[in-house]
Design a protein around this ligand. Structure first.
Ligand code: TMP
Length: 201
């Protein structure tokens, strides 16, 4: 039986997800809540090793998909699931919606295949809540400066498809997505996200 709360922070490049995961983790911890913060791809040694491969090599889109999912399976089984089972709050910098947005909506792979494989890997362990930081890719990519990976370099068109994909999914209540405005200040963004999580709890 799952007892904890599973939250994923989603969005395109340069939306401030990583900063928000850090700030929210600190805030909930000061309130005495046990929080496990993590990221995808990665979060544990094996999945971080897969992450390094994804970023180091210029791989085929289907290979990318399978690696993201392999990393997710290990991450889920060995970090997320045990934390939830012991009643902790898990805040992840990306999770399964990232695969739907990047590999499903923005790549050339049949989205139904992506959905099916994603569900296969997650079983029923989906986030209780996804918070999407809504920011146009033109602004997000501009914020990244020199700290770029091979996905940042895929071009604006690709990132626009990612963005549209997220927006499309946000309309579907089954994905359980709350949207926050990525143009807000760090402080305002943190407060809004904190309130969303509080209300959900
Ligand atoms: P980030 O850690 O800076 O967000 O970089 C992760 C990159 O991996 C980002 O470009 C999004 C991409 N990604 C996918 O394409 N599919 C996925 O399933 C996940 C988790 C990430």
């Amino acid at each position: 039986m799952k007892k904890g709360l599973f939250i994923s922070i989603e969005g395109g490049e340069g939306t401030g997800k990583t900063t928000m995961v850090e700030l929210l983790t600190k805030r909930f911890r000061t309130e005495g809540i046990e929080v496990v913060n993590t990221r995808e791809p990665g979060g544990i040694k094996t999945a971080e090793a897969i992450r390094n491969n994804i970023f180091e090599f210029d791989l085929d889109e289907k290979t990318d998909l399978l690696l993201y999912l392999a990393a997710r399976r290990e991450h889920l089984l060995h970090k997320i699931y045990p934390a939830l089972e012991s009643g902790k709050m898990v805040i992840s910098d990306r999770f399964y919606l990232s695969t739907l947005a990047y590999q499903g909506y923005a790549s050339n792979i049949d989205i139904e295949v992506v959905k099916m494989l994603n569900s296969f890997v997650c079983d029923k362990w989906l986030p209780d809540l996804n918070i999407l930081i809504d920011l146009e890719p033109e602004i997000g990519l501009g914020r990244k400066g020199d700290d770029v990976n091979r996905f940042d370099l895929k071009g604006l068109n690709f990132h626009k498809k990612v963005y549209q994909g997220y927006k499309e999914m946000a309309k579907d209540p089954t994905y359980n997505i709350k949207i926050v405005d990525g143009r807000l200040s760090i402080n305002e963004l943190e407060n809004q996200m904190y309130n969303i999580i509080q209300n959900f709890m």
